[in-house]
Design a protein around this ligand. Structure first.
Ligand code: NAD
Length: 492
């Protein structure tokens, strides 16, 4: 390793020059400066990656007007035209894989391999929805009572507000933008203030892909609610799609309720990872590593609580600890790094609190790695003998902590698995597929990985039940979040 700071990468510097964060407010096809800027930092070093324009409430208002104007023509474009633009965005994003990888790692801190995987995953939403754009079907049937034909069509909702989190700076934006554009909606995007630069790069890609002025608008802001308050109250805005914590989702749903906005909510998770006594332990360990440590444990689908059958718990833990012990923790600039920092020092402090709490409740520390000095690193930690009712198992822990609890009784296991307010992702490892499927169907979650630690797929409906959210992103369902149904009853 020669260079020690990702911000000094010439490729990144050139890319930042191209996307010009100081003109990071994007309205009506124009990149604009703002009165103020705010700093985006690399959590591994504290280095400033860029100073981005800090959008104002006037910008938020102007963005609504631009989106409203652009809607008139955009909703009339042919599905094929929208499809071609989205497909071009997919190609362009992959052409810029190297630059985007560095940018994601710089503002988020995740390892380069994770950032690269995110670029491909994020781009795939453009490809998938370029294919979906031309397959939005309706129905035409005789009314059961006779005397009429029933025609059902789906049309764009209108102007939509999109609010994204920091943990997947590219994918959380494309997962919303691609279906919104495929549907014929115009969009307002507010990216998380920790990671707005990647979203800005996506705006530039969309311009080059041929998205007309005003169809997509972005207002970065250091003030979380200033922009969204205006958007949710603005008359032309008809839907809100939010990804983030359950707490903020509740606030936004309350706002959305005032105007009965269509609301898609992709919220917090607390994924159980179940290992049965007959599981292939090597596969289970590899699955757990991916499910737990991708993005440094900061995924909504992250395996937050590992329930391993008592007969195999010791062996599973031995192999899992051995694998994590060999994982380099460090800044993303080091190509060997597999685990980066957590997003902020506050997040690292929170992690320490969770570990202390679990130890006080009877858990044992099986592993805690060393981490580099400086930056917001939190040492990957494995806890064993975690009591089934421990607080850490009830909480969404957004970091590299693996609490392992053991189980013997299936009913008790299921009660524990379903015993939180969350219901996003889950994982089951067993060689008895019949048992695994039966168990999966009894879990109160939106998604289950069976003998797999990675479930995110643009071609499948992503989303949760209970307080993990409402609606689905990706799959055939994703575009319907941005469509409204109209039915015509035709006299025959
Ligand atoms: P967060 O809820 O703190 O923030 C999400 C977004 O909302 C950010 O852009 C933030 O600036 C903004 N925000 C915060 N407070 C706001 C307010 N009062 N009004 C309007 N906007 C506000 O979440 P986060 O820390 O960015 O992301 C982590 C959370 O996101 C975790 O809970 C994770 O599970 C969840 N998440 C869910 C999914 C999913 O698909 N279900 C995917 C990724 C992340």
């Amino acid at each position: 390793m020669t260079e020690t700071r990702i911000v000094n990468s010439p490729i990144l510097q050139e890319y930042l020059r191209q996307i010009a964060p100081d003109r990071g407010v994007f309205i009506g096809g124009e990149f604009r400066a703002a009165e103020k800027t705010f700093a985006v930092t690399d959590p591994a070093t504290g280095d400033v990656v860029g100073q981005i324009a800090d959008g104002s409430s006037a910008d938020a208002q102007a963005a609504v007007e631009a989106a409203e104007q652009a809607l008139v023509a955009w909703r009339q474009t042919s599905p094929r035209e929208r499809s071609v633009i989205l497909r071009r965005a997919f190609d362009l994003m992959l052409e810029e894989e190297e630059q985007l990888t560095l940018l994601i790692s710089a503002e988020h801190g995740k390892a380069l391999t994770d950032a690269r995987a995110e670029v491909r995953y994020a781009a795939e939403f453009f490809r998938w929805f370029s294919e979906e754009a031309v397959r939005i079907e309706g129905t035409y049937v005789p009314a059961p009572g006779g005397g009429a034909r029933t025609i059902v069509t789906h049309r764009p909702i209108g102007v939509v507000a999109l609010i994204t989190p920091w943990n997947f700076p590219a994918a959380m934006a494309t997962r919303k933008l691609a279906p919104a554009l495929a549907a014929g909606c115009t969009a307002l995007l507010r990216p998380a203030s920790f990671t707005p630069l990647t979203s800005l790069a996506v705006m530039h890609i969309l311009v080059r892909a041929g998205v007309p002025a005003g169809v997509v608008n972005m207002v970065p802001s250091s003030h979380a609610s200033e922009i969204s308050d205006i958007w949710l109250a603005a008359e032309p805005v008809r839907a809100v799609s939010f990804t983030g914590s359950t707490r903020v989702g509740q606030i936004l749903m309350a706002e959305a309720a005032k105007r009965i906005l269509v609301s898609s909510m992709e919220l917090g998770g607390n994924a159980p990872f179940v290992v049965a006594p007959d599981a292939d332990l090597d596969a289970a360990v590899e699955g757990a590593l991916v499910a737990k440590l991708r993005g440094g444990g900061q995924a909504c689908t992250a395996a937050n609580r590992l329930y391993v059958h008592a007969d195999v718990a010791e062996e599973f833990t031995r192999r899992y600890v051995a694998r994590i012990s060999a994982m380099p923790v460090g800044p993303a600039i080091d190509p060997h790094t597999q685990i980066g920092p957590v997003i902020s020092e506050a997040a690292a402090a929170e992690m320490h609190g969770y570990v202390d709490g679990a130890l006080a409740e009877g858990a044992r520390m099986a592993l805690q790695l060393e981490v580099p000095c400086g930056g917001s690193f939190f040492p990957p930690t494995v806890l064993t003998d975690v009591p089934l009712d421990a607080t850490i198992l009830q909480t969404e822990v957004f970091g590299p902590i693996s609490p392992i609890a053991t189980w013997t009784d299936e009913e008790e296991l299921l009660a524990a698995v379903n015993g939180t307010e969350f219901g996003l992702a889950s994982y089951v490892f067993s060689q008895d597929l019949q048992w695994a499927m039966k168990f999966a169907e009894s879990m109160e979650v939106g998604m289950v990985g069976i003998n797999r630690g990675l479930i995110s797929d643009p071609a499948a409906p992503f989303g949760g039940v209970k307080q993990s959210g409402i609606g689905r992103e990706g799959g055939h369902e994703g575009v319907h979040e941005f469509l409204e149904t109209q039915y015509l009853s035709v006299n025959w």
